[in-house]
Structure formats: structure tokens, C-alpha cells
Design a protein around this ligand. Structure first.
Ligand code: NAP
Length: 304
């Protein structure tokens, strides 16, 4: 992507290069016409991006200095606020801010106000898809924001995603982040139902493979069931969507639902299972490790 008038590359500052931000920054660095600066609290995680031509910055301010676009992909609303606060002063008036972290319904308002304060064009743009789709540039972007930012935003989204859904309404009210919570309530239900069904099979002395065979190809089958069940059965939980991030999202869903007067028993239960898995030491593992919460001592039958 180049600036339409000068042909100069568009500078994108990526703040947060965890599982998702790293893959997004790499795809941007590899795409034509972008100049990427990357900042991460733990610098070592951003450093491999230098091999793709990105400049690794020591501070948010160094990353955003003169940048046309600022992309935040941090843990939650408070960490995004903190990073933008640290960048204040170096932010370019009129730059586009693509806020892509999952911050919940109430998390967006304070960020939209910070954008006004810093003279930024704000777009709230949480994503669907996990580590692998992020690496493949196949995320789905849910976007709501300043119409003046749309052309720049779409160019960035095209480099990191396969589809963008633009939502009507004021970004500060969080239409995109509200939709993200709805989708994640479904994701959390699937993750926890998978873990619980596999655990129940093991507890009842049923080979979980029979469970997967029984539902194969029918209306009860689901790609996500298969992916998460395979992770559990392999006994290896490299994080795609970490337990701690999933627990944070369960909390955001429960809080938004409470405010809306909706009971979300499954999201509450999902949050409790994820909290127990965290307590058992699985916080940095993939959310499918919530499976361990099914066992009072955290040990599946075979391991007892
Ligand atoms: P992650 O790997 O845990 O990365 C989290 C990032 O936030 C890291 O860069 C981390 O820095 C940073 N961070 C956390 N607290 C911070 C603080 N107080 N100050 C500064 N930086 C802080 O998580 P992720 O999976 O990439 O997720 C990033 C966001 O995308 C989250 O909002 C998540 O809910 C959302 N999301 C994730 C997925 C997924 O499947 N993984 C899918 C869609 C959306 P350090 O490296 O220093 O810890």
C-alpha cells in the first residue's frame, strides 16, 4: 500500500506482537507498500520481525512517530489505553488508529475518547480467527469507525484478512466489539463443550474416538470440535487462543450480558472452567486446556 498522492509506502505502527499481532505485523511487512514498525512490551517477541524488514521499536512512542496507521493488538482495553498513553505526543494528528484487540462492549468508549483527544481517526476492528488464520492472512475483520479512515483501513485489512464486515453505527458504542462478544460466546461454548465431552468419555471409560466417530459428518459434527478434540487427545497445548485470553473474554461477555439483562449461564461456566485451568497452571496454553478443569485434581484418568 502506498500513499495515493506521493507513492510513498504507508507506515504502520503495530503495538503488540503476541500470537496475533506478530502474524499480522509479519503479513503487513511482507505485503507491498507498507513500512512496519513493531513494538512489544517483551521486545524479544517482536525481534524476529526485523528479518521481514520491520523496524523494532523500544517504546510505543518510537513506533508511532510519524506513522500513518497505528494498529493495536494487545491483551485488553486497559493495556491498549496504556500503550496509546505512552505513545501520546509522538502520534501524528489525523493518523488512523485500528484498534483490533478484544476489549469488550464497555472497553471501546474510553479508547474512542482517547482517539479524539489525540486527534486520531478511530476504527474499532476486532477479528475472528486464531493463530493459523492470522499467519495465513485469513482473518475476518469486524469493523466500525470513522468513514474518513475507511480507505486506509481496508488496505491494511486486505493484507491481514480475507474478509471485512463493516458495521453501521458509532464506533464508540462498540457495534463491532459487541458482535465479537457474540461470536466468542459461541467459540467458548464449543471449546468447553468439547473439553467436557472428551473428559466425560474418558471418565466413563469410553474411547473419545468413538464419540468423534459417532458424530462424524452429521449435524452434530463441527470443525472446531475436531480441532480442539485433536489438541486434547494429542496432549500438547501450544497456544492458538490462550486460556488466559479466553478467560478474559468470558468475563467481558458476562459483564456485557449483565448490563443488557441477559443471563449467560454457559459463558459464566466457561469462565469458571478457564479460571480453574489457569489455577492448575494452564494459563499460557491453548484454551482447549480448559479440559483439565473437568478433573478435581487436574489429572485426566489415564494420568492418575
Ligand atoms: P497474546 O499472545 O497473549 O498477546 C498479548 C499481547 O498483549 C502481548 O503483546 C503482550 O505483551 C501484550 N500485553 C499484555 N498486557 C500488557 C500490558 N499491560 N502492557 C503492554 N502490553 C501488554 O494474545 P493474542 O492471542 O495475540 O491476543 C491479542 C488480542 O487479540 C487479545 O485481545 C485477544 O483476545 C484477541 N484475539 C485473540 C485471538 C486468538 O485466537 N489468539 C483471536 C481473536 C482475537 P507481552 O508479550 O510483553 O506479554
Amino acid at each position: 500500500m502506498t500513499d495515493d498522492t506521493t507513492g510513498a509506502p504507508t507506515t504502520v505502527a503495530v503495538l503488540g506482537t503476541g500470537i496475533m499481532g506478530f502474524a499480522m505485523a509479519r503479513n503487513l511487512a511482507r505485503a507491498d507498500g507498507f513500512e512496519v514498525r513493531a513494538w512489544n512490551r517483551t521486545r524479544a517477541k517482536a525481534e524476529p520481525l526485523a528479518a521481514d524488514g520491520a523496524r523494532v521499536a523500544d517504546t510505543p512512542a518510537e513506533a508511532v512517530e510519524g506513522a500513518d496507521v497505528v494498529l493495536t493488538m494487545l491483551y485488553d482495553g486497559p493495556s491498549v489505553r496504556e500503550a496509546i498513553g505512552q505513545a501520546a505526543g509522538a502520534l501524528r494528528e489525523g493518523a488512523v488508529w485500528l484498534q483490533m484487540s478484544t476489549v469488550g462492549a464497555d472497553g471501546v468508549g474510553p479508547l474512542a475518547r482517547a482517539a479524539v483527544q489525540h486527534g486520531l481517526l478511530f476504527v474499532d476492528a476486532p477479528v475472528l480467527g486464531t493463530k493459523e488464520p492470522a499467519e495465513q492472512g485469513k482473518l475476518t475483520v469486524l469493523a466500525a469507525g470513522d468513514p474518513a479512515a475507511r480507505t486506509s483501513a481496508d488496505r491494511v485489512f486486505d493484507a491481514i484478512g480475507q474478509r471485512t464486515v463493516w458495521l453501521a453505527g458509532d464506533a464508540a458504542d462498540g457495534p463491532a466489539s459487541r458482535l465479537k462478544l457474540v461470536v466468542n460466546s459461541w467459540v467458548l461454548a464449543l471449546i468447553n463443550a468439547t473439553g467436557e465431552s472428551v473428559a466425560l468419555a474418558q471418565g466413563l471409560g469410553v474411547d473419545p474416538r468413538y464419540f468423534l466417530d459417532a458424530v462424524a459428518g452429521g449435524p452434530l459434527d463441527a470443525g472446531y470440535l475436531r480441532a480442539k478434540a485433536e489438541t486434547i487427545l494429542a496432549g500438547d497445548f501450544p497456544p492458538s487462543f490462550a486460556v488466559s485470553a479466553a478467560r478474559k473474554d468470558a468475563g467481558l461477555i458476562a459483564a456485557a450480558a449483565r448490563e443488557a439483562g441477559v443471563r449467560v449461564d454457559l459463558a459464566e461456566a466457561a469462565g469458571e472452567r478457564l479460571r480453574r485451568a489457569e489455577e492448575q497452571g494452564h494459563g499460557a496454553e491453548d484454551a482447549s486446556a480448559a479440559y483439565f478443569a473437568s478433573f478435581p485434581d487436574g489429572a485426566p484418568p489415564a494420568a492418575r
